[in-house]
Write a protein that binds this ligand. Structure first.
Ligand code: AMP
Length: 616
């Protein structure tokens, strides 16, 4: 039986949501739908956006309201126009096979007369932002005296935006007996207070731990010098060829500057901030949603309610002033069960803030290294190789040209052909990244950083030992989880743990030499899901090859090439994560300043841009 039917949802709704691809309920739907379907509880759901909460309240509303009656029976309040339209649209979609369901979106920045007209025609579900709703109430254009359910969606955002008083006023026009369902990503004291004020012994549901961001988000930080921030940011973007990201800045000016610089550098980027007209905003959002933009540069306020799936990265170009905002920012990725990365680019002085955020979200950040120019080139090259491998050939169209193409290459062997083809892109990348400087900055919390050759050193000596552990992604560990697990078991500080590299059935992590004993003995009799946990010094008795030689400390240097070091984690083309050794790295370093391509493969020759660098 369809699991939604089992939850108590009727066939015509289930058919409609099946068309939307909802096969199984998300955890919040599974837990909240049966409760809400009773229609007799107030409800508090602590859940991030992207967890499926719209259907969690939308489906029960469709079950509980009487659509024979044409007056407002449910009011959904949410913080932004985008979210308002999204919720309206979602509910309409769920109700596609039902008759006489009228849902109206009420939001600012659009014609009020249109909205009034729709209300007049008859509506059962009103989805609204508080300001415009109050305006309509004040015009006495709506009657909420028969409202049975009020949903406060993203309650924390609404309070952040100063809607407390509006909400009070709106709710005072609804009957006392109505049921109130509140959803919030975080539960600060103000949200607690409104929950207390409007609700009677609400049923509480927490998805994940309180104040914790989505469990599928990995949090990473990079330490750079302020003057290198933009270059470092571009390098991170270039290292992630398929990035579809939101970049957060603190101010409108910064947002504009970054977007302009990126556009100039050939990226598909645009900015979203408060000074844009609604029309401009819609245009930017449309391009982003349709993936004609790869990077959306936004301020916190402008990005509220952005509801786009498949965002791969959230980049905190500047950390938010309010720690709470970090949760909202990072919640824009890893939606609907996907994974995502939230990146903070900080200077050494901002580490305290990272620790503060860690406390709020209850998760550790992983310190990551800005990839070298060579890493970027290699990653981009293999991204292209994979694209070529997977491209769909339009046989019909290409056929007419094939004889000429084949003629052109008749004297070229397959191997030579591949080399030439690969070089077209590779040469260009190498040019751009010639003389790439190391952008990682500073000494962090008493330890020197990863040096050029991939070895951490302290006072000239290698300070870290790389350990193997027989747990990996199949055990549902990501780097953050593994860090937490190691710290909990060994009681060593998370700050002293170096690079973590999570593979399928095993992982690697670095600890200072002096902690090796402690770590190994802590895991002596430890089991994980009935399996003994095994820790070994990397390269001793494991089947994993030691990459590039000499990783394990003792001041050993790697042979073959400048990079030789650990690569950044995070997958990529290599699949199994296996590394090549030595190789063609030839000792030279390369730079270029990045920004060599956009989605369409367009690229620019004018990478070096001292002007712009000064501006940041
Ligand atoms: P929401 O948190 O309501 O904004 O939902 C996030 C995304 O997940 C939306 O694109 C929904 O269409 C999608 N979604 C919600 N519930 C399900 C489900 N049960 N199965 C698949 N996708 C879902």
């Amino acid at each position: 039986m369809n699991p939604f039917i089992q939850l108590g949802i009727r066939h015509d709704i289930v058919n409609a949501i099946s068309e939307l691809g909802f096969e199984n309920p998300t955890p919040i739907q599974e837990q909240s739908i049966p409760v809400l379907l009773t229609g007799s509880n107030d409800f508090v759901g602590l859940a991030q956006t992207g967890t499926g909460k719209t259907a969690a309240f939308g489906l029960p509303l469709l079950e509980l309201l009487d659509f024979e009656e044409n007056h407002p029976q449910a009011l959904v309040l949410c913080p932004t126009r985008e979210l308002c339209l999204q919720i309206t649209n979602d509910i309409k979609n769920y109700a596609k096979q039902m008759n006489n369901v009228h849902v109206v979106a009420v939001y600012g920045g659009a014609s009020i007369s249109d909205q009034l007209r729709q209300i007049k025609r008859g509506v059962q579900i009103v989805v609204a932002t508080p300001g415009r709703m109050l305006d309509i109430i004040n015009r006495k254009a709506i009657d909420f005296s028969q409202v049975k359910f009020v949903v406060l969606d993203e309650a924390d955002e609404m309070l952040n935006m100063g809607f407390q008083e509006d909400i009070d006023n709106i709710l005072s026009t609804t009957p006392d007996e109505k049921k109130t369902w509140l959803f919030s990503a975080t539960m600060p004291a103000e949200v607690r207070r409104i929950a207390k004020k409007y609700m009677d012994e609400p049923f509480e549901l927490t998805m994940g731990t309180k104040n914790t961001g989505n469990a599928n988000i990995e949090h990473e930080y990079y330490i750079v010098r302020a003057r290198d921030k933009y270059a470092a940011f571009k390098r991170i973007v270039d290292f992630n060829p398929d990035i579809f990201g939101i970049v957060f800045c603190r101010t409108k000016i910064e947002t504009q500057d970054i977007a302009e610089a990126l556009i100039k550098d050939g990226y598909n980027a645009d900015s979203l901030h408060g000074d844009l007209s609604q029309q401009q905003r819609d245009k930017v959002m449309k391009r982003y949603r349709e993936r004609n933009l790869q990077l959306l540069i936004a301020t916190d306020v402008a990005a509220r309610g952005i509801d786009v799936n498949d965002v791969t990265h959230v980049i905190n170009y500047s950390l938010p002033d309010e720690v709470e905002n970090y949760t909202h920012r990072s919640g824009r990725t890893a939606r609907a069960g996907k994974t995502g990365v939230s990146i903070a680019i900080v200077n050494a002085k901002e580490l305290g803030k990272i620790r503060q955020i860690e406390r709020v979200i209850g998760k550790k950040f992983v310190k990551a290294e800005i990839p070298s120019g060579f890493d970027v080139c290699e990653k981009q090259l293999f991204s292209i190789v994979h694209k070529v491998h997977n491209v769909t050939v339009n046989e019909e169209q290409i056929e007419q040209y094939l004889p000429r193409i084949i003629e052109e290459f008749k004297d070229v062997s397959k191997e030579d052909f591949i080399k030439r083809f690969a070089s077209i892109e590779f040469n260009r990348f190498l040019d751009y990244y010639q003389n790439a400087p190391d952008l990682n900055a500073g000494v962090e919390e008493g330890r020197t950083r990863f040096e050029d050759r991939g070895e951490r050193t302290s006072g000239g000596k290698s300070a870290y030992t790389r350990l193997f552990i027989n747990l990996g992604s199949v055990d549902e560990f990501n780097r953050g989880d593994l860090l937490g697990y190691i710290c909990n078991t060994t009681k060593i500080s998370g700050r002293t743990v170096g690079k973590i590299d999570v593979k399928g059935v095993y992982s690697f992590f670095e600890v200072p030499h002096e902690d090796v004993e402690k770590v190994m003995s802590s895991y002596k009799d430890i089991e994980f899901k009935g399996r003994p946990v095994r820790i070994e010094i990397s390269g001793e008795g494991t089947s994993e090859r030691r990459e590039g030689g000499g990783y394990r400390g003792g001041g050993e240097r790697r042979e073959g090439g400048y990079r030789g070091g650990e690569r950044r984690e995070g997958g990529g083309y290599r699949g199994g994560g296996e590394r090549r050794e030595g190789g063609n790295r030839g000792g030279e370093r390369r730079e270029g300043g990045g920004g060599f391509r956009d989605f369409s493969g367009k690229r620019r020759e004018d990478r070096q841009d001292p002007e712009r660098r000064r501006r940041f």
